[in-house]
Ligand binder design. Structure first.
Ligand SMILES: [Zn+2]
Length: 96
């Protein structure tokens, strides 16, 4: 929940929520250039954001390098499999 202390002053955590969960350092840099918004004195304390933590948990750990080398074209295929779609088309087709 966002609560402004005055019309032009807000906490760093409130600004974090308002500006799309931008990291705090970039947020401070950005707000230096906006004369209408000031951060509160107590905004130096950084609270952990549940939304950001949950967002980072959903990311898959992708290795930087492959552990197996393929020598032939088509030997290894990567694909993104999705479906079937829960909603059918107007012609009652199902998409897989
Ligand atoms: Zn956040």
């Amino acid at each position: 929940m966002v609560t402004r202390t005055t019309n032009n002053t807000m906490t760093l955590d409130d600004a974090h929520d308002i500006f799309g969960h931008l990291n705090h350092q970039e947020l401070k840099n950005m707000l230096k250039n906006i004369s209408d918004i000031e951060l509160c004195d107590n905004s130096k304390e950084v609270q952990s954001c549940t939304t950001c933590i949950k967002g980072k948990l959903t990311g898959a750990n992708i290795p930087k390098e492959s552990t197996s080398k393929k020598t032939e074209i088509g030997e290894l295929i990567h694909s993104d499999v999705w479906g079937p779609a829960q909603i059918k088309s107007y012609q009652n087709y199902s998409y897989l």
